[in-house]
Unconditional design. Structure first.
Lengths: 135, 276
């Protein structure tokens, strides 16, 4: 028997509310608002309150999938990254870098967003970079 | 004897399998389960002004391990919640050990050390159009007539974002089927939520249940004075049945209705009229 509480940040939107996972026997049992967190001050919206549901969902993807002949096949991370890199290079060669666009997210960190725009501008070579908050 | 010693004794003497207290982590005081396996962490046990519904966690633990013995840091509100959960057979008093600490003020216990629920700030707009957090049920009835009270409550309810936080955090909300999730009472997937039905459904269910811990009000993102609302419904329970939830381990009048027909509740109108 094991019961612990793990503070985290809600992954649903860019607000970044503090949540507390109630973990019983290694499984997240419920989500609570983190009372002393300055962003949400002990309050959550309905999505935050149900954060544990998608973590435990049987529909959650745990491995990358590659579409082969119209069907998704399970793949390892190395295979998936290799495949994406080759395809990106191919598109860039055939149609030019402006054929690629990158959408970043308010849900990832500032640093990850920085890396994503750097990758788009310096590696791919296009200014087609935007973020979900503009949608 | 310090609290840490008390807890250590409970754990080492096998009186409890797990002790639910608080410890500081990255500057946040969060609940923590102390067991025989992590006795060295016991020195980090702290009590602060952060309150979580430890008894609700205890019910979750009991669901998974029916025979588990649980120790709990208990403020007065925790103690009231425990009493209520005992009377509704959600927890077994033989399996619960409490270590009592000082608590917050409440009509049931007027003196307390916890400043967490000291007067809250209500803004000017809220004071003019809504309901001041710091009002009590009597001044609410004295100051506003029926229609004004109604419009003020409706203003408060109209802010609801239907997060279900009040229900989720409530230590005495344990029903497996919740009326607030019943599609014919509360239409799923629509916002704004139908008012005042949503809040009144919850308020009627809080009658004879609410132990006035104030966690719902703390968790409400829209600053609805829920504590006051539930105090209002419970005042009716208190005048009609002379029962205050969680005050002791006597059964709620709502558990014995049907067996004892001689119980004659007075009409509600007289109660309210009489008070005016």
């Amino acid at each position: 028997m094991d019961c612990k509480f793990v503070p985290s940040v809600c992954s649903y939107c860019g607000t970044g509310c503090g949540v507390l996972f109630e973990v019983i026997d290694g499984k997240i049992n419920s989500t609570l608002p983190l009372k002393s967190y300055p962003v949400n001050q002990g309050k959550l919206c309905i999505k935050g309150w149900n954060l544990h549901e998608y973590i435990n969902s049987f529909m959650r993807l745990k491995t990358p999938l590659i579409k082969e002949k119209g069907k998704f096949q399970k793949a390892t991370w190395d295979e998936a990254i290799d495949y994406s890199a080759t395809q990106f290079q191919k598109i860039k060669q055939d149609f030019g870098p402006d054929a690629i666009g990158v959408l970043v997210s308010a849900k990832i960190t500032n640093e990850e967003n920085y890396l994503a725009q750097k990758f788009t501008r310096a590696v791919i070579g296009t200014n087609n970079v935007d973020h979900c908050a503009r949608l | 004897m310090t609290i840490i010693n008390q807890v250590e004794q409970l754990i080492t003497q096998n009186k409890v399998d797990i002790f639910l207290g608080y410890k500081a982590l990255d500057g946040h005081l969060i609940p923590h389960g102390f067991t025989r396996d992590n006795l060295d962490e016991l020195k980090d046990l702290q009590i602060g002004e952060n309150r979580y519904s430890l008894e609700k966690i205890a019910t979750h633990l009991t669901e998974k391990h029916p025979d588990i013995k649980i120790g709990i840091i208990a403020r007065d509100c925790n103690q009231r919640a425990l009493n209520l959960l005992y009377t509704w057979n959600q927890l077994n008093p033989d399996q619960i050990e409490t270590v009592n600490v000082n608590c917050c003020p409440s009509p049931i216990k007027p003196h307390g050390d916890c400043s967490y629920l000291e007067p809250k700030h209500s803004g000017a707009f809220k004071k003019e159009h809504g309901i001041d957090f710091n009002m009590d049920t009597n001044t609410l009835l004295e100051d506003y007539d029926n229609s004004e009270r109604f419009s003020r409550w409706m203003y408060e309810f109209s802010k609801c974002i239907k997060c279900y936080g009040c229900r989720n955090i409530c230590p005495v909300c344990f029903c497996t089927e919740c009326s607030l999730e019943h599609p014919s009472l509360v239409e799923p997937g629509t916002l704004p939520v139908e008012i005042p039905i949503f809040h009144l459904v919850r308020a009627t269910h809080m009658a004879g249940r609410c132990i006035d811990c104030g966690l719902c009000e703390d968790a409400c993102p829209s600053h609805i004075p829920l504590r006051l609302l539930y105090r209002e419904v419970n005042e009716i329970v208190s005048t009609v049945f002379n029962y205050s939830p969680g005050g002791g381990i006597e059964k709620s009048p709502f558990t014995i209705i049907g067996d004892k027909v001689e119980l004659k509740p007075k009409p509600m109108d007289d109660q309210i009229q009489g008070k005016k």
